[in-house]
Design a protein around this ligand. Structure first.
Ligand code: NAP
Length: 382
């Protein structure tokens, strides 16, 4: 049985429809009413948009990469607001998914690891979030580079195989394919896909917003392909939000999980020159931004997922040293990082100053606009 919990029939029936969703088309409403997912719930909205400030639909959200650093927090947020979640995991990750989301503590979570189950989950969801992707801060061999790209572009749920005349055909069904085959008024009405600020390339002098052109390095290429694949979703039926994510700061993953132990051993300091830009966002703000993108129709197209005050890496390291009570005194030379990571060193040695023009225009309210406060909040959890 691939799906672990499928909203067991012993569970109370969903709340009756108390207030119509104002964020959906008539077609979408009738589909949700049929599934009985609409209800009135108190809003903890972080963003602008009157349309959702007073009412909200209960959502069922299918998430790829839900077992990762960002996904885990997003699942917690959705469940805390009484929504339902389908974790779309690779079949090789099923055990990991079951231990990250044990049925005892996550009764509202469905884990799907097979093609047909991904398909059913997506069809029965009101929204889909795509967070899957192989980590990029590794040494880049040609194979790794290919996997970095393919793991994002294919967003492969499962390889379907069939044979004709002894020829084995492999057919990849992606999240986008599943959304498209379940659209036409049914299936998800919103698709939120991760991409990254690497889209803009790197610069020590320029700043970038959503209207800036793409860069010409490998990560920019990956982001363009990644976004291009997401754009193949049928946008006449599905609202597409592409979040160009900056460096996500949180205790349990991403860049800080690697940096904090070094600082605690009195061995922390900037990587390379320290003058490179560091466009960061606190994990809670990013999760709020994804959440808002799911429920607020004003959120559409490209949105930079960064805090409004990017810093240079040396400032980040100084502030981090201050909040963990350790000096930031040991700069790691760029050459050493290049020896370790090869071409992948660009991830830490080069940066870009990215400003969240769209989120600001939408009235998104950041809990942590300044890196000092973000780091203080994270240090309190250590
Ligand atoms: N964290 C950041 O600072 C940051 C910054 C910019 C962009 N992003 C992007 O945001 C997304 C989520 O980030 P994250 O930090 O939460 O990532 P993460 O912790 O590395 O988790 C990503 C998830 O993707 C799936 N995955 C891993 N390798 C894969 C592969 N080879 N093929 C297909 N799926 C694979 C895994 O889920 P299953 O094992 O359950 O399938 C994994 O849990 C990623 O695409 C990342 O590139 C993150």
């Amino acid at each position: 049985m691939a799906i672990r919990v499928l909203f067991p029939s012993s569970q109370p029936q969903p709340q009756p429809h108390l207030q119509p969703s104002r964020s959906s088309t008539t077609t979408r409403r009738s589909s949700r009413q049929r599934r009985g997912f609409c209800c009135f719930c108190s809003s903890t909205s972080s963003g602008g948009g009157d349309e959702v400030s007073s009412s909200s639909s209960m959502m069922t959200v299918s998430i790829t990469g839900a077992t990762g650093f960002i996904g885990r927090r997003l699942v917690d947020k959705l469940l805390s607001e009484d929504h339902k979640v389908c974790v779309l995991t690779r079949s090789t990750s099923k055990n990991k998914a079951s231990s990250v989301f044990p049925a005892s503590r996550y009764p509202g979570v469905t884990i799907a690891d097979k093609e047909g189950d991904w398909e059913r989950c997506i069809r029965d969801s009101t929204g889909v979030v795509n967070l899957a992707g192989m980590p990029i801060s590794t040494r880049w061999s040609p194979e790794v580079k290919s996997e970095i790209l393919q793991s994002r572009v294919n967003v492969t749920s499962k390889v379907r195989s069939y044979s004709t005349l002894l020829v084995l055909h492999l057919h990849h069904m992606s999240v986008v394919d599943h959304i498209n085959t379940s659209s036409n008024g049914n299936g998800p009405s919103v698709f939120v896909s991760a991409t990254a600020v690497g889209y803009y390339g790197t610069s020590e002098t320029d700043s970038f917003d959503e209207s800036s052109p793409s860069g010409n390095d490998y990560l920019a290429h990956v982001c363009r392909e990644w976004e291009g694949r997401a754009r193949q979703v049928k946008q006449e039926h599905v609202r597409l939000v592409l979040i160009r994510i900056g460096v996500v700061l949180g205790k349990d993953g991403g860049a800080l999980a690697k940096m904090i132990p070094l600082f605690m051993m009195f061995a922390g300091g900037p990587l390379g020159t320290g003058t490179q830009w560091f466009s960061w966002i606190h994990l809670d703000d990013l999760v709020d931004l994804i959440y808002e993108s799911l429920r607020n129709p004003a959120y559409t197209g490209i949105i930079n997922g960064t805090a409004p005050n990017p810093v240079r890496l040396s400032e980040l390291c100084d502030r981090l040293g201050q909040v963990v009570g350790r000096p930031s005194w040991l700069p790691v030379p760029g050459l050493a990082i290049k020896a370790l990571l090869g071409e992948g060193a660009t991830v830490v040695l080069d940066g870009q100053k990215v400003l969240p023009a769209k989120a600001t225009q939408l009235g998104f309210s950041y809990r942590y606009p300044y890196v000092r406060d973000a780091l203080k909040a994270i240090a309190k959890q250590l």
